[in-house]
Write a protein that binds this ligand. Structure first.
Ligand SMILES: *Cc1c(COP(=O)(O)O)cnc(C)c1O
Length: 356
């Protein structure tokens, strides 16, 4: 995997860094000085290049715009207390990216481009990795089809790119959500497990309807019966019932296999908690709530890490939670944040140094 030396680097003549206010970063608005670009053609990946960040041009017939062969990832890089710059679990995102690619009939991206390219890009823009607590450099790898033809076929050419955006702590206000009983996010056999652009496009209207009704997000349910819980907006979802954590299982292929989800499970296990990955019906949640056993509910994803649920509505029944009384969610969030800032032990080697 040490073919990083192959990557051609063209440095920007000036840096934008001084013009960015790191104490007041809004999510995904600022980008660093460089980006990585790799082209796929004639059945193979060409050597990636690191170039100054900037617009790319394309033909109006470019396949992605019409048929949506497009996938992405979201990862964070941190400056540890020791000064080392490190990426949180990028190999998990790498594997997931290629699962998404396969489902969308796109070529897989080799490790030396995805991981090696990411490390080298982060080295070039290392000055952008914030050192403040809970700040990070958000890494956005993505791939899209570039054939210039409006016939419905898998593209024969693709672009893989990585861009970087400094982000501050994500203040996730406790969410007001309702159980969605009309729209669906994913079906068995569909693309719910893939991180593909169209899933996001399809979620925008149901989310806008939720906003109009005064809610922040939707709790997605299964497409057949609207009976079983899937995800909360674009986050995985966890419930604490009695002494157990419960989160939907991955078997149906309708759940995005979140890296944060997996991290929450690992940390909860370290805390001696039982975590059940299985089907959860909304009725089970209601019964547990009525019995006083459902005490915590939260979403899990890279952007916010953990976003608490303050209100969950199912038909006319409203379940309320006190975000100030979710000790397990708080403990997990603080352990994960501490690992990512290098102030807690990292027994699983989740942090990958950007060097070497
Ligand atoms: C990206 C994503 C998540 C969270 O995954 P992480 O790896 O934890 O960031 C959850 N659900 C959906 C639909 C997603 O796209």
């Amino acid at each position: 995997m040490q073919t990083m030396g192959n990557i051609k680097v063209t440095k920007a003549t000036t840096s934008k860094r001084a013009s960015v206010d790191f104490s007041n970063l809004s999510f995904g608005k600022h980008f660093t000085d460089h980006m990585l670009v790799a082209e796929y053609s004639n059945g193979s990946w060409q050597t990636p290049e690191i170039v100054p960040y900037g617009p790319i041009s394309f033909d109006p017939s470019m396949a992605t715009i019409h048929y949506g062969q497009s996938i992405f990832e979201g990862i964070k890089a941190y400056r540890l207390k020791s000064g080392v710059e490190a990426i949180f679990r990028p190999y998990d995102n790498f594997k997931r990216f290629n699962k998404s690619a396969s489902r969308m009939e796109m070529p897989s991206v080799p490790e030396e481009i995805f991981i090696g390219g990411m490390k080298q890009l982060l080295q070039v823009d290392a000055a952008w990795i914030p050192e403040e607590y809970d700040h990070s450099l958000y890494v956005r790898p993505f791939m899209f089809a570039t054939d210039e033809v409006i016939g419905v076929n898998p593209s024969t050419t693709y672009k893989f790119m990585i861009i970087l955006s400094p982000v501050g702590p994500y203040y996730a206000a406790p969410m007001k959500i309702y159980v969605e009983e009309f729209y669906v996010r994913a079906v068995p056999g569909g693309v719910g497990f893939a991180k593909t652009s169209g899933n996001y496009a399809a979620s925008l209207h149901p989310a806008a309807v939720a906003k109009k009704r005064g809610y922040d997000q939707i709790l997605w349910t299964d497409a057949h019966e609207h009976k079983y819980v899937q995800e909360c907006g674009t986050m995985n979802v966890f419930f604490v019932i009695g002494d157990k954590f419960i989160t939907p299982g991955l078997e149906s292929g309708t759940i995005l296999e979140g890296v944060t989800r997996d991290s929450v499970i690992a940390v909860a296990n370290d805390m001696g908690k039982v975590v059940e990955e299985r089907e959860i019906s909304v009725d089970e949640l209601v019964d547990a709530y009525k019995a006083g056993l459902l005490t915590e509910a939260f979403g899990a994803g890279t952007a916010a890490t953990i976003a608490k649920i303050a209100e969950l509505r199912y038909k006319d029944f409203v379940m309320e939670f006190d975000p100030g009384k979710m000790p397990l969610a708080d403990e997990i969030k603080s352990i994960l944040t501490a690992i990512r800032d290098g102030i807690a032990p990292d027994p699983r080697g989740w942090m990958l140094s950007i060097q070497g």
